[in-house]
Design a protein around this ligand. Sequence first.
Ligand code: HEC
Length: 140
Amino acid sequence: MNRAIKFATSMTATIAAVLVVAAGMPRWVGEACAASSPPPPISFSEDVQPLLQFRCGSCHTPGGEGYAKSGFEVSSYESVMKGTKFGQVIIPGNPDESSLMRLLDWRVSAEIQMPHGKKQLSICDRDLIRTWIFKGAKNN
Ligand code: HEC
């Protein structure tokens, strides 16, 4: 490679890096999610339930503290849609009105931010659940 081409190549890389930084965080995060998220459509049984099981199952299956206090169980589609002993936490098609998303986005008081006392789910993981709800919260 001659010098001029080498210079041009490294300039292109620098400009690309600057553009990525200038584009700002949300775009960067969005691209990272797009690259790592499962191919559509989001599936309850293959994408959503395993995520809930992994991050919530220790407390939200019978015998767990979260299940005992709230009645919310993550083992099956039926139990997730049934919600807590006070009612549904998912409104199909409407993630903004679904209380589950408020708990996961930490838009609630500290005692009911989920997962309780643990790390918040990543933006990508929350967007996966959000998209599944938006697309109708199907048993797919
Ligand atoms: C370490 C245990 C633990 C983990 C992990 C956990 N929870 Fe909970 N969860 C609780 C407890 C305890 C409560 C009862 C809180 C209260 O009412 O004071 C609760 C309550 C809830 C409620 C009912 C809140 C309400 O409106 O009263 C929902 C819904 C819920 N959890 C969803 C989840 C989801 C989804 C996850 C995984 C992302 C999760 N939880 C992970 C312990 C846990």
